[in-house]
Design a protein around this ligand. Structure first.
Ligand code: SER
Length: 322
């Protein structure tokens, strides 16, 4: 029996990860933590500010934690609004966990990186595992620095850190918090509530995305992989579905025929244009048999089905044929 701690359990990925890990370990010792209390009371939740190393140390000791999933971060769009604070938070939480792992307080860390580590000079189509990396966002710079540090801690202090570069993650349980790829979640809510959406990215902006069940699958899979099989010690490219706002709108229109979209690109457009369009994830496949399952249509169908249930209490304007 191992004890697991999720830091950032109220967030977009943390919410789904918590549910999946508790299901997998039959509600065993999976401790949830976040800087804010969860909506529903949870006896296995601890309020935790992960920038405070001593508080993290106490939780690790109190619950005899073996593995940590560090899901707390300031995402790309929010980070641009408060560069220094975002850098401090993103790096501090990582260093706290790396140092505590080095001290031997727990055995294994999951820390997510992002497609944001790539930049304007990176090849944008089928971006390889190893490429020019010149991120020009605070978030991307912090993730790239983090990738270098996790490899450093592994090499010098034998700290076991596992990492993947998440693309934009699409989910229905919890909204994303301040990323550039958030449009791909907002669009579903607006389609169901109002039958129209104004996208903050231009019609033809292609970005790498992934449906949440695939993201959770990748996360747990890499944590469970034999360490000897992992040839990459910074972070693995993982790919899902690449599409544009226009293509996503067309896919939604299959189920909500009257759905309309218009475009008012804002500062996030420049961020999106500095990122890849699609990702080459052959190394993840080779080393730990990673492959995504959802394509555009199966993702759209599942999103609408689950969100429709969620909105059932309210009045839906559009009838769907799912
Ligand atoms: N979804 C993230 C963002 O947009 C990318 O890692 O910031």
């Amino acid at each position: 029996m191992k004890n697991i701690l999720i830091i950032g359990s109220n967030g977009q990925i943390g919410t789904d990860l918590l549910a999946k890990l508790r299901q997998k370990f039959n509600n065993g010792q999976v401790i949830a933590s976040d800087i804010r209390n969860p909506k529903n009371p949870d006896p296995k939740f601890v309020l935790l500010d992960a920038t405070d190393r001593e508080s993290v140390r106490n939780v690790l000791k109190d619950y005899q934690i073996d593995e940590v999933y560090l899901m707390a971060a300031i995402l790309s769009a929010n980070a641009e609004k408060m560069p220094n604070k975002a850098w401090d938070i993103n790096m501090q939480v990582l260093f706290n966990l790396l140092e505590l792992a080095k001290e031997g307080l727990f055995k294994k860390l999951f820390w997510p990186s992002s497609i944001a580590v790539f930049g304007p000079h990176t090849p944008r189509i089928n971006t390889p595992q190893y490429a020019v990396m010149d991120p020009n966002t605070v978030y991307g710079i912090s993730k790239l620095a983090g990738e270098r540090w996790i490899e450093y801690y592994r090499e010098h202090f034998n700290v076991d850190v596992r990492s993947v570069r998440y693309p934009g993650i699409i989910s229905w349980k919890t909204m994303p918090g301040g990323g550039t790829t958030d449009y791909a979640v907002e669009i579903f809510h607006e389609a169901l509530k109002h039958g129209r959406y104004t996208s903050f990215l231009a019609a033809n902006t292609r970005l790498p995305m992934m449906y949440m069940p695939d993201a959770i699958d990748a996360t747990i899979k890499i944590m469970e992989a034999d360490q000897e099989r992992l040839s990459i010690h910074n972070s693995y490219n993982i790919a899902g579905i690449s599409f544009t706002p226009e293509e996503l709108a067309a896919a939604i229109r299959q189920y909500i025929p009257g759905f309309t979209i218009d475009y008012q690109p804002d500062f996030r457009q420049a961020i999106a244009e500095s990122w890849p369009e699609s990702i080459d994830d052959r190394m993840a496949f080779k080393d730990w048999h990673w492959h995504h399952k959802y394509d555009l249509d199966s993702m759209v169908k599942d999103m609408l089905k689950n969100l429709e249930k969620k909105y059932q209490a309210g009045s839906l304007l559009y009838q769907m044929d799912l």
